[in-house]
Write a protein that binds this ligand. Structure first.
Ligand SMILES: [Ca+2]
Ligand SMILES: [Ca+2]
Ligand SMILES: [Ca+2]
Length: 234
């Protein structure tokens, strides 16, 4: 019986920590368009918009590292790739995430790969919240990154993971959506291309307070039972 109680307590504690799980890839694209994502978590959907790209290059380009941003595996190691040039209407990758999990969803980071294909390509990327259900002004800038080198058209693109923790709102309620932009700029020649690939959003479902309360209550009851059974031996 004593072993069983210990085991039950361990299970409850595990459940409490598991409910606060670390960030997962919620949705990501590695060359697909629209709802054709590379991966998406259960009850999470989204759209990748191509209207403000130069084009989606089907082959001969793309990030070969197989990861969404620095570490999240499962990306295709070839084309297609999202091509941008430093001109209005052709310099932006836009993507939306929709939460239908039935719970709050905390957005934690935006991950992506980017390469300046040539020295005259766009060298900087502005990451911004475009619009949606977050309590933020439209076009809120999250950060700007600048490439460390020229990674070429087909190759190991540079990896970026941009935390959203500095935003005053990162939680989508059930049924809500948010749209983000990656805007390429800072080119020497405005017709020289760069490419985005392996774009995604990480985050985690927020545990329901009632669920956490139930776990805690169960743990307390088990501890009390144990004390009664063993006469307060600990
Ligand atoms: Ca990568
Ligand atoms: Ca790709
Ligand atoms: Ca890389």
């Amino acid at each position: 019986m004593r072993f069983l109680e210990k085991w039950l307590i361990c299970v409850v504690l595990f459940c409490i920590f598991a409910a606060d799980a670390s960030a997962d890839l919620l949705i990501a694209w590695d060359g697909g368009e629209g709802a054709n994502s590379a991966t998406n978590a259960t009850d999470i959907s989204g759209t990748l918009f191509t209207d403000a790209l130069n084009d989606v290059l089907a082959s001969g380009g793309g990030s070969t590292d197989g990861t969404f941003g620095p570490v999240l595996t499962g990306a295709s190691s070839s084309g297609p790739v999202y091509r941008v040039v430093d001109q209005g209407g052709k310099n932006r990758l836009t993507f939306e995430i929709v939460n239908n999990t039935g719970s709050d969803l905390n957005l934690e980071s935006i991950v992506f790969d980017y390469s300046a294909w040539f020295p005259d390509s766009p060298l900087s990327v502005r990451v911004q919240y475009r619009e949606g259900s977050l309590a933020l002004p439209d076009f809120t800038e999250i950060t700007t990154v600048t490439v460390a080198g020229i990674a070429g058209k087909l190759g190991d693109y540079e990896d970026f993971a941009v935390s959203l923790s500095g935003l005053s709102d990162t939680v989508l309620a059930d049924g809500q959506a948010a749209t983000f932009d990656l805007v390429a700029y800072n080119a020497n020649l405005n017709n020289t291309a760069g490419g985005f690939d392996n774009v995604g959003i990480t985050g985690s479902v927020v545990p329901e307070p009632a669920t956490l309360g139930l776990f805690s209550l169960t743990a307390v009851i088990l501890l009390i039972c144990r004390r009664v059974s063993f006469g307060g031996m600990f």
